[in-house]
Ligand binder design. Structure first.
Ligand SMILES: Cc1cc2nc3c(=O)[nH]c(=O)nc-3n(C[C@H](O)[C@H](O)[C@H](O)COP(=O)(O)O)c2cc1C
Length: 318
């Protein structure tokens, strides 16, 4: 059993935070199939300090999602510390500082992966957060800004010494964004040199691979991002390509039902499209049927069409 501070994490494989993807319904679907804990999308501390309703809404969750980590990003110590205190009112189990976002808008302002270039400041931010909240504080980092500044040992040391209760490491530099391959040896090196729990992340494509990475690098756990979209079964022994269409369609409808409960019928359906495309990946079906499904704006129509004439539309699970 892993512990992050005083929080027990019931498992070792979980869903990575993904803006625009890892909302509450999606986290719940993943938890249902075995994801160990919940991790929100990142939320801007500049908005949180003003208690902007839109920002606070990003932290809505259901009790069955616990333990839940709220992720925040920012570039100013005082703002981040204050935002941490504000969101603590919403009762997260853990608060996480994003130090990995590679988008220009975030990282060039010194937030997200931008903090990798200022490890001392990052350490001070963690210290300040720890002073303001009474839940564990963690950070999610990359291994450096670019190939000439892979400062992951320095960064992880400073964060640990500043009181971080655990770290997640995406084994790429900021410069790589999502290209190339994650460097798992670097993640393993961090694990060997630190005492706090370390979660590895990057390019995991199956449950088996997740377990072998944990074993090989002696990690406390791993997070799966992209390969979990449209495949919540990845958190269990169940292989998507061995499921029947009725198993898959049942989960699609459950996921969508939850999206609609949280976001309303029309917006829920729109938000669900990117998930649907991934759920259908690897299945053989009629393209016109898919196009039609992606345009529907009412639950009843969606359900009817999804379940209509199954054999014609979904010929086989590949
Ligand atoms: C669409 C998308 C959104 C993401 N948003 C976040 C985010 O909000 N916070 C974060 O720490 N990482 C974010 N990430 C990075 C992922 O958590 C993860 O580190 C990365 O995708 C590598 O893992 P994977 O290869 O399993 O996808 C995002 C990734 C994607 C693809």
């Amino acid at each position: 059993m892993i512990r992050i501070g005083n929080v027990t994490i019931p498992g070792r494989i979980s869903l990575s935070p993904m803006a625009g993807i890892s909302d509450s319904p999606t986290r719940r679907i993943c938890r249902k199939f075995g994801a160990a804990f919940s991790y929100t999308e990142f939320v801007n501390t500049d908005e949180l300090v003003h208690r902007a309703p839109k920002a606070l809404k990003m932290f809505r969750f259901h009790p069955e999602e616990r333990p839940i980590t709220f992720q925040i990003f920012g570039n100013r110590l005082e703002i981040i510390a204050e935002a941490s205190e504000i969101i603590q009112e919403l009762k997260p189990d853990i608060i996480d500082l994003n130090m990995g976002c590679s988008t220009r808008k975030v990282s060039l302002r010194g937030a997200g992966a931008g903090l990798l270039r200022r490890p001392v400041l990052a350490g001070k931010i963690i210290e300040a957060m720890k002073k303001r909240v009474n839940v564990p504080v963690t950070a999610k980092i990359r291994i450096g800004w670019d190939s000439t500044s892979r400062n992951y040992l320095e960064v992880s040391k400073i964060l640990e010494e500043s009181g971080a209760d655990a770290l997640t490491v995406h084994g790429r530099t900021k410069e790589m964004a999502y290209t190339g391959l994650a460097d798992w040896n670097a993640i393993g090196e961090i694990k060997v040199n630190r005492r706090i729990p370390i979660f590895g992340n990057g390019d995991i494509k199956s449950f088996q691979e997740a377990n072998s990475k944990i074993q090989e690098y002696g990690l406390d756990g791993v997070l799966i991002g992209r390969s979990a979209i449209g495949n919540p079964w990845i958190f269990s022994e169940i292989k998507k390509n061995e499921l029947s269409w009725s198993d898959v369609s049942e989960v699609i409808l459950q996921h969508l039902r939850w999206m609609i409960d949280d976001f309303g019928e029309e917006f829920g359906l729109v938000l669900f499209r990117k998930h649907l495309v991934k759920y259908l990946t690897g299945l053989d079906f009629d393209q016109a049927w898919k196009t039609e499904l992606l345009e529907i704006r009412e639950w009843n129509q969606f359900e009817d069409l999804l379940l209509s004439d199954k054999r014609r539309n979904v010929l086989a699970v590949l």
